[in-house]
Design a protein around this ligand. Structure first.
Ligand SMILES: NC(=O)c1ccc[n+]([C@@H]2O[C@H](COP(=O)([O-])OP(=O)(O)OC[C@H]3O[C@@H](n4cnc5c(N)ncnc54)[C@H](O)[C@@H]3O)[C@@H](O)[C@H]2O)c1
Length: 260
């Protein structure tokens, strides 16, 4: 698919990996709907300015991906503004750290609701429009934690493994309509998610500062010896949007971490 003048929805598009994806798509000429929570309004506006700096149009939309009525409104607002939806990137996500036996039921539900149910709801809302046009791309952001179990991340791993299962199933169901569905599995990207949720626990376990823990972790645990960037994930999403004959795939962008 040529991306010039297409329309892409990026959930969780305000910051971090979502911003990297929004900018990579805008760089290719796609207009971008930045869908995120009201709590990150300032970051949404910053991303919109960067998208417009690429010469593309940006639409800001408040949407909690756990809520069907808000997801429906997001879809309608996109169609009202642009008349079409070519690309959906299910990127919104949350994480926390707790061993399974210590994990609250509410926290399990919260993480599964955003990461997995949100991906389901947004895909369900957008897919009929793509099917009708016999054209579309859905890209789901899974994780290296969707590939192998990780200590303290049972709920997050379950959600990200689930995203890959949903990706494969939806790829089968939408293939006859010429809509592709793929996943990208990032490894370690410096973002609020890492800084706020993962680094404190890692630094405590290493007995060091958060900055030192990040530097050592990415140097010693990632085979390529460095973290990935939001731009790397954007590049993979752009690749999958261009590709006409890739569906049901889950592409690692993790510096080799899955082998570690
Ligand atoms: N950072 C990493 O190393 C890494 C690795 C693998 C996978 N991922 C995945 O990449 C995606 C982006 O993560 P990030 O690292 O940029 O984190 P982040 O916290 O910086 O960004 C997540 C975004 O999702 C939004 N969001 C959260 N709950 C939402 C909801 N209910 N509805 C709509 N938006 C919501 C947040 O407001 C935020 O803008 C997530 O799916 C995450 O699981 C991240």
């Amino acid at each position: 698919m040529e991306l010039k003048d297409t329309v892409a929805i990026v959930t969780g598009g305000a910051r971090g990996i979502g911003r990297g994806i929004a900018l990579a798509l805008a760089h290719e000429g796609a207009n971008v709907v930045i869908a995120d929570l009201p709590s990150v309004q300032d970051e949404m506006e910053q991303t919109a300015a960067l998208v417009e700096g690429e010469g593309a149009q940006a639409l800001l939309a408040h949407c909690d991906v756990r809520d069907w009525s808000q997801v429906s409104s997001l879809t309608q607002a996109t169609l009202d503004r642009f008349g079409q939806i070519d690309i959906l990137v299910n990127n919104a996500g949350v994480i926390s750290v707790a061993p399974v036996v210590a994990l609250d039921e509410e926290e399990w539900d919260r993480v599964l609701a955003v990461n997995l149910k949100g991906t389901f709801l947004c895909s369900k809302a957008v897919a009929p429009h793509m099917t009708e046009r016999r054209s579309g791309r859905i890209v789901n952001i899974s994780s290296v934690a969707g590939r192998k179990g990780q200590f303290g991340l049972g709920h997050y791993c379950a959600s990200k493994f689930g995203v890959i299962g949903l990706t494969q199933t939806l790829a089968l169901e939408l293939a006859p309509s010429n809509v592709t569905v793929n996943a990208v599995c990032p490894g370690e990207v410096d973002s609020a998610m890492w800084r706020d949720q993962l680094l404190p626990a890692l630094a405590a376990s290493m007995g060091t500062t958060p900055d030192e823990a990040w530097e050592r972790f990415t140097r010693e645990r990632v085979p390529l010896g460095r973290p990935q960037t939001a731009a790397d994930i954007g590049q993979a999403v752009v690749y999958l949007c261009h590709a006409d004959n890739i569906t049901g795939a889950a592409i690692n962008v993790n510096g080799g971490s899955e082998m570690g």
